[in-house]
Design a protein around this ligand. Structure first.
Ligand code: PAF
Length: 303
């Protein structure tokens, strides 16, 4: 992509992704593409890229004329006891991978650029979407999603994408962002791409780096549990049987889930049986030093 971008405080990677640190600089850089009506894609990330991110970048690159990746470890979505300080970071590697995947611009602001002194505004999707599963106050809490929606709304305003890409691994986050986009009339489309997995089924995550080898092997039980839930629920026409199969799979690997729940895939309302609508079975579990989440969507038979 030969973008007619204006010069600024930039670094050029091997495959020519350009790093932009400032909001004004990014807007200026995108102005020619916007004027010419080219489709702008955005892949928001917190960096430490893995194949899951790369699959989003590839999809965006195939569909959009100009591809922006944001790289920002967003402090407002981390709770006081979470891993903000030790969250893995490797900007140089991220820039290389982004360039190789066809990213035109990497927006990598400092925290003070997005949250200047006196910052006092939040974007919040309230209600059931953000108070259950990870949003349960006993877990990460609704404040986590307030942090996500605030930063994502800012990124949407700064980049002005036509299409924004998110991963299905963070199914609740995707549902919350879709609701925010609908409720606040952001003029863009949200694409949710399938979870990318390791050979043994473990969902790719930047946090997998926290797993010691023995825990890494145990962690594969999470995806086996979700597969068992889907298989058993469909075979017996019983969601309860599916959840029991998942619990057994986790217990065999000595994994005590923080939650393992079945909910309507769109509204996240609880369901107690197969409803004829897609059902999200979501799990969170601490395995050694990592808190892992994963999910499967059980589609209605014949649906
Ligand atoms: O999914 C993530 O990596 C983050 O929650 C996001 C969407 C980049 C917002 O910080």
């Amino acid at each position: 992509m030969n973008l007619d971008l204006l010069s600024g405080d930039t670094v050029t990677t091997s495959a020519a992704a350009r790093v932009v640190r400032g909001v004004d600089e990014l807007r200026l850089a995108l102005a020619p593409a916007r004027r010419e009506g080219r489709a702008i894609g955005l892949v928001p990330t917190m960096g430490f890229l893995h194949e899951g991110h790369v699959s989003l970048l590839r999809a965006a690159h195939a569909e959009c004329d100009v591809l922006v990746m944001s790289l920002f470890v967003n402090p407002t979505q981390f709770g006081p006891n979470e891993d903000l300080d030790r969250y893995p970071r490797d900007e140089e590697r991220d820039l290389r991978l982004a360039g190789d995947a066809g990213v035109d611009l990497v927006f990598a602001p400092a925290a003070s650029e997005l949250y200047p002194d006196g910052f006092a505004t939040a974007v919040e999707v309230s209600g059931g979407l953000t108070s259950v599963l990870d949003g349960d106050p006993g877990r990460r809490g609704p404040g986590h999603f307030r942090g996500v929606t605030t930063v994502v709304a800012k990124l949407f305003n700064i980049v002005g994408p036509d299409i924004a890409y998110f991963g299905q691994k963070d199914a609740q986050q995707a549902a919350v962002i879709k609701r925010m986009v609908r409720d606040l009339d952001f003029p863009l489309r949200v694409e949710v791409m399938p979870t990318v997995r390791e050979a043994d089924g473990l969902a790719m995550s930047s946090r997998n780096v926290y797993l010691e080898p023995a825990d890494r092997a145990r962690a594969a039980a999470i995806s086996r549990a979700l597969a068992a839930a889907e298989r058993q629920a469909l075979a017996t026409d019983s969601l309860a049987a599916g959840l029991a199969a998942a619990r057994a799979e986790l217990a065999a690997a000595a994994i005590e889930p923080e939650y393992l729940e079945a909910r309507d895939a769109e509204t996240l309302e609880p369901v107690d049986g197969l409803t004829g609508h897609p059902i999200l079975v979501a799990v969170a579990a601490r395995v050694g030093g990592a808190r892992l989440i994963d999910n499967v969507v059980i589609e209605p038979p014949g649906g």
